[in-house]
Ligand binder design. Structure first.
Ligand code: SAM
Length: 498
């Protein structure tokens, strides 16, 4: 019951250390503060914000807080927190008012936005601090329809909260939010990103390096970021990117990067890259030089079609007459698939029958990429080759925890497959990938959005890896020499000819 409610209302409460840290992100300059805390819980974010203002050199004269909370159980504690804030402020001569709205923030915000349209009114806030609830919004739900009625198209409550807050802020209003980093990339959040980046100027992004760092709760499955943005229609030249491991006392490293390194002006998808350090900047610069799309290579990437629990009755421990190989991540072994793995808990084969045939792909060479990396794995992208010459079977099944690169549903030439696997396994690609993907998942759409070396370069990598062997240093050296230094050479020689 409690767990259901927690999920239903997206209740992951912010630890005090994180709330205090968020409060330090705000600029320190207003005489009058009109703060919005949407989805306030017990009010921890407001309290940290007020403490921070009270300690600052440049204290405001008055503060008004509007806190929304839908869960009536939390209201007494929220009221208690507001009374405490009032006491702290009034002790040092700051006037303090709080209004608690026991309402659905989406409904109320849509009502206010509709009622007031573009006219600035005193309800508009100049500061907002939020840890919005994370929950999918169904396409036919009341919230979704309300959001659509004011032009907000989004499928998650957390981005809905952010879009509404942006509209309720006045010009120069500041927003500090802790959210999953999933909105930074991927097609689902494209319209949110565009809406957000058109009205808000990103000032700082803080990245927690481990998934459960900010919330010590095993149910929080995504990496979290804190960001600070100001309502302005132009982007700054530079953005601060900081990161830490997440423990309250962990050191924070910080650096400034060009805004265009975070969101490239040429990127129609407006991916937000979390460029953490020199290595990240370098990886991004190098990857930006690549121009070949998967389509131009004549390739595509899809998610493995065999969802094992749905096909359970067709799975077999070992191969028999009527079965074909079934490949799982456990079959990865260095650069190649090692099959069968009899000591594994996973099946090795699937029955090829009328019911399962559409789940299989024809025999051939495929590059496989794990969709979920294991904790002990250093890299997020782990690629390996399924080579039909080593496994004699007319068809093969790739389980749903894998992505597979193919050519219109068929295999690809071995040399190209090897080059592609080398490239994908390189540290540069992995470093670049981590900047825009906070998931532990590697989705086919993410792999489609990457740019690749051209076919000749990939084939050369494929040739050379035979000579050097699949260890990380060899892979990285080959990719450096053939893909990136090679480009430099090419650029230099074309400059000379010009
Ligand atoms: C992620 S929690 C954050 C709570 C608190 N701000 C914190 O940082 O600890 C989100 C809060 O939003 C509340 N909430 C969920 N849906 C809401 C809605 N539609 N309107 C108002 N509050 C909502 C939940 O009850 C929960 O307290």
């Amino acid at each position: 019951m409690i767990i259901d409610k927690k999920r239903e209302l997206g209740q992951f409460f912010t630890p005090k250390g994180v709330a205090d840290f968020m409060a330090t992100f705000f600029f320190d300059q207003r005489r009058t503060v009109n703060l919005l805390d949407a989805g306030a819980g017990t009010g921890i974010l407001t309290k940290s914000f007020i403490n921070r203002l009270c300690l600052s050199q440049n204290r405001p004269e008055q503060i008004k807080v509007t806190a929304y909370e839908i869960d009536s159980i939390l209201i007494p504690q929220l009221m208690e927190t507001m009374s405490e804030c009032k006491r702290i402020c009034e002790d040092i001569g700051i006037s303090f008012k709080a209004e608690i709205r026991r309402k659905d923030f989406v409904e109320d915000a849509v009502r206010l936005i509709r009622k007031n349209g573009a006219t600035p009114i005193d309800l508009k806030f100049n500061a907002a601090i939020v840890n919005p609830p994370y929950k999918k919004i169904k396409s036919n739900s009341k919230s979704r329809l309300l959001l659509q009625s004011i032009g907000i198209e989004t499928s998650n409550l957390y981005t809905a909260f952010l879009s509404l807050i942006v509209r309720l802020l006045n010009k120069n209003g500041e927003l500090v939010a802790i959210t999953p980093r999933s909105f930074c990339n991927g097609p689902y959040f494209k319209s949110f990103r565009s809406d957000f980046l058109n009205s808000m100027s990103l000032q700082r992004i803080h990245v927690y390096e481990s998934r459960a760092a900010a919330f010590k709760d095993s149910e929080v499955l995504q990496e979290n970021i804190i960001f600070h943005a100001v309502k302005e229609y132009t982007q700054p030249d530079r953005v601060i990117i900081s990161n830490s491991l997440g423990k309250p006392d962990a050191s924070v490293s910080m650096h400034e990067v060009k805004y265009t390194d975070v969101v490239a002006s040429s990127d129609a998808d407006q991916f937000i890259h979390l460029v953490l350090n020199e290595l990240n900047i370098k990886a991004k610069k190098l990857m930006k030089r690549l121009t070949t799309s998967l389509m131009e290579l004549g390739l595509n990437v899809s998610t493995g079609r065999v969802v094992d629990f749905r096909a359970e009755s067709f799975l077999r421990k070992t191969c028999h007459n009527n079965t074909v190989p079934l490949i799982y991540p456990c079959h990865f072994n260095g650069g190649y698939v090692c099959w069968p793995k009899i000591d594994s808990r996973k099946p090795n084969a699937i029955v090829d029958s009328a019911q399962t045939h559409q789940l299989l792909v024809p025999s051939g060479t495929y590059v496989l990429v794990k969709r979920f990396s294991a904790k002990e794995e250093k890299r997020r992208i782990v690629a390996c080759i399924y080579n039909h010459k080593k496994i004699n079977a007319p068809f093969v099944g790739f389980e749903n925890h894998l992505n597979y690169f193919h050519n219109k549903g068929n295999g690809i030439p071995l040399k190209l497959a090897k080059g592609l696997a080398v490239f994908l396994n390189s540290t540069i690609v992995d470093t670049y990938f981590r900047q825009f993907s906070g998931h532990t998942q590697v989705n086919a759409t993410d792999l489609k959005s990457l740019k690749y070396p051209n076919k000749a370069t990939l084939e050369k990598l494929g040739d050379l890896i035979n000579l050097s062997g699949w260890n990380q240093d060899n892979i990285d050296n080959l990719v450096k020499m053939e893909v990136f230094d090679g480009q430099e050479k090419h650029k230099d020689s074309s400059k000379k000819t010009a």
